[in-house]
Every structure is written in structure tokens, then in C-alpha cells.
Design a protein around this ligand. Structure first.
Ligand code: ATP
Ligand code: MG
Ligand code: FE
Length: 355
């Protein structure tokens, strides 16, 4: 099965061709990502109108490039998969309409994919894992702990009660005067900082429920920054390192409960996997902390290659391929994009009769 994936939910215009083999393994034939970073950077964040226009201008060319790099044409494609939510509505409309147009012109089925499902199923593509796994999804808009029991079977164990983790990185960077996107910049500064200099909170520590919270941590950084203003380079590095340390400590504490819960729910799995996905999964300190955490608990850690952690269309194509392989129905022409779309509702995508 070969699927063309289209991703336009935020500030990356992306297209990819992915093959799903009869044994369930997958190959990425091409993976083209155009980041709009330069266009949004002057505004310190993503501007929805600029994003939508940039998707309109770029998408056709990106799809042609993806087809060319995979040495395929629409004739070789078995299905189209387009992100239809959650995300910025303007971009979603562009991607989904383009998917519909290609489907109509070629007579191929169209899958409307939940962006979070793309992040969630990437491990099945990169690792070939088939057992249920625990998924930590940490991105710009989401921070969730889910059980991925199979394609379309997602059970949410925890979510953030305020900021997403990527958002906390971005806001912390902004208040320290660092450029957008903040995550990579905070990580870079933290490398030369002292993680023990500032005493920052570990939100939710000891709470029975598994949820996350990050806005208090960001506020604590703001207070420390105000107290020490004007900040030297060293102050900024120390604040970044202390923030990142608070984040990794918090993830370890929250997740050790999650791992225990998963172990109790799936005793038949010998060495269960924790999968980390989403843009924040690119952070090396977080990867290292999760590696030692999973080690201690007898889990293995699956972290996708960094270019598959951040937004891409290979994960969307793969989610479509998994659905097609299961014989799940494609969507009909009247499918609409959804700016909000929780992953544990994604069974809704099955509504509609296939073509
Ligand atoms: P969502 O997937 O929830 O819709 P999104 O698609 O915007 O949101 P991603 O593109 O998956 O999110 O991830 C972007 C986020 O990842 C940003 O908040 C960015 O700061 C963060 N990020 C990227 N690299 C790093 C890093 N090395 N350390 C920490 N955070 C990072
Ligand atoms: Mg993004
Ligand atoms: Fe994403």
C-alpha cells in the first residue's frame, strides 16, 4: 500500500509518500517538510493568516516534490491522507481541500487523519511495535499520556491542566528574551547553565492523578527573572538549566506513576514500551531522563528520530496506510476540518461511507 500524506495543521507545509508492506512494516519513500519559521519569527509566534496563505502558495509544489523524490505518480498511490484536525483552521482547510481535490480527480480514497494520531502511530512505523504501548505526547499544543492499544484505540490517562509543555518552553524563552521557537533555544542555553542555581517548583508532585501542569513553573521563572534583572548571559543559562531540570524531574515523577499503571493494566507484556512523540521529544535532556526512567522500571523507550518528532506528513501518510490496511472506510466529500479534535474521540473519523 502506498499513501500520499498531507500535513498543514500548523506552520509546516508537508507531503510524504509512505509504503506499508504486507508484514505491517513501513518505508518512507519521501518526506518533504517546508517550515514557515522565517515568516513567523518576527512575530514571536505563529500568525494564522500568514500560515494559511503560505500553505496555499507552497502545498502543490511540496506534493509534486514528494511524488518526484519517491519516483511515483498519482497512479501508484492507493490512498490520500490529509490532516483534518486539530490545528489552525485556515491551514487545515487548505490541506483537506487539496486532499479532496486529488481524491476526486484520481478516484482514490481519502482519509481524514487526526494530527495527534499521526504522532501516536509513528512508533509503529519506525519501530514496528505491535503491542499496546504507553505514549507521552509532548508538543506545542498538547501534553498527554495515552495508552495506544491499537489503531483507533486511544485511551487518555492524563493531560495538562494548563500549558502544554512545548508552550511552557516557548513562553519561558520569550520571557527570557530568547527567539521563537523557544524549545531548542532553551535547550541550547541550558547546556552551559547550572541546573541547581534556582529553586523552581515541581508541579503536581505527589498527586495521585496522573495529570500535568506547567504554568506555575513558567511563572516561577518569570519571578526569578524579575528578581535578578537585568539578566546576564549566565543568569539566562542558569534559568534555562533550572527550568529544564524541573521539567525532567516532573516528567519522571509523573511518568513513574503512569508506567506502574500501565504495567498493572497489561501484565502480559514482558518489556512494555514508553513511546515519546511530538516536538518536545526532540529535547536531549528529556530523552536522557526518560531513558533512565524506563530502565529503572523495566520498560524500553522508543523515541522517534527528531525529524519524525516534529511535524511531518510521513506520520499522516502512515496513519492513513494503517487505516486502509485495516479496511477502515475512507471519508466522504462532506468531511470538515476540526480545529479541536481530542485523540480519544478519533473513532469519529470512521463515520461516513467509503468510496
Ligand atoms: P501539536 O502537535 O500539539 O498540534 P505542534 O504541531 O505545533 O503542536 P510540534 O511541531 O510537534 O507541535 O512541536 C513544536 C513544539 O516543540 C514547540 O513548542 C517547540 O518549542 C518544541 N520543541 C522543539 N524542539 C524542542 C527542544 N529541543 N526542546 C524542547 N522543546 C522543543
Ligand atoms: Mg509545528
Ligand atoms: Fe504536531
Amino acid at each position: 500500500i502506498v499513501v500520499l500524506g498531507i500535513e498543514t495543521s500548523c506552520d509546516e507545509t508537508a507531503a510524504s509518500l509512505v509504503r506499508r508492506n504486507p508484514d505491517g512494516s513501513g518505508d518512507i519513500l519521501s518526506n518533504v517538510v517546508l517550515s514557515q519559521l522565517d515568516e513567523h519569527a518576527p512575530f514571536g509566534g505563529v500568525v494564522p493568516e500568514i500560515a494559511a496563505r503560505a500553505h496555499v502558495e507552497a502545498l502543490d509544489g511540496i506534493i509534486s516534490q514528494a511524488l518526484a523524490r519517491a519516483e511515483t505518480t498519482f497512479d501508484d498511490v492507493d490512498a490520500i491522507a490529509a490532516t483534518s484536525g486539530p490545528g489552525l483552521i485556515g491551514g487545515l482547510i487548505v490541506g483537506l481541500m487539496t486532499g479532496k481535490a486529488i481524491a476526486a480527480a484520481t478516484g482514490k480514497p481519502l482519509y481524514a487523519v487526526n494530527h495527534l494520531e499521526g504522532h501516536a502511530l509513528t512508533a509503529r512505523l519506525t519501530d514496528g511495535i505491535r503491542d499496546p504501548y504507553l505514549l507521552l505526547l509532548v508538543s506545542g499544543g498538547h501534553t498527554q499520556l495515552l495508552v495506544v492499544a491499537g489503531v483507533g484505540d486511544y485511551r487518555r490517562l492524563a493531560t495538562t491542566i494548563d500549558d502544554a509543555l512545548g508552550e511552557a518552553f516557548d513562553k519561558t524563552a520569550k520571557l527570557l528574551g530568547l527567539p521563537y521557537p523557544g524549545g531548542p533555544e532553551v535547550e541550547r542555553r541550558a547546556a552551559s547553565g547550572n541546573p541547581l542555581r534556582f529553586d523552581l517548583p515541581r508541579p503536581m508532585r505527589g498527586e495521585e492523578r496522573l495529570d500535568f501542569s506547567f504554568s506555575g513553573l513558567k511563572t516561577a521563572v518569570r519571578q526569578q527573572a524579575a528578581k535578578h534583572a537585568p539578566l546576564s548571559e549566565e543568569d539566562v543559562a542558569d534559568l534555562c538549566a533550572s527550568f529544564q531540570k524541573a521539567v525532567t524531574d516532573t516528567l519522571e515523577e509523573r511518568l513513574s506513576r503512569g508506567l506502574e499503571r500501565f504495567r498493572a493494566d497489561f501484565p502480559e507484556i514482558d518489556t512494555p514500551a514508553l513511546v515519546v512523540a511530538g516536538g518536545v521529544a526532540a529535547n536531549r535532556a528529556i530523552r536522557t531522563a526518560l531513558a533512565s526512567l524506563t530502565d529503572r522500571h523495566g520498560f524500553r523507550l522508543i523515541a522517534a528520530p527528531i525529524e519524525l518528532c516534529t511535524d511531518n506528513a510521513a506520520m499522516i501518510a502512515w496513519a492513513g496506510a494503517e487505516r486502509l490496511a485495516l479496511g477502515l472506510p475512507a471519508v466522504t466529500d462532506d468531511v470538515a476540518p476540526r480545529s479541536r479534535w481530542p485523540l480519544d474521540e478519533s473513532a469519529e473519523v470512521r463515520i461516513g461511507s467509503g468510496r
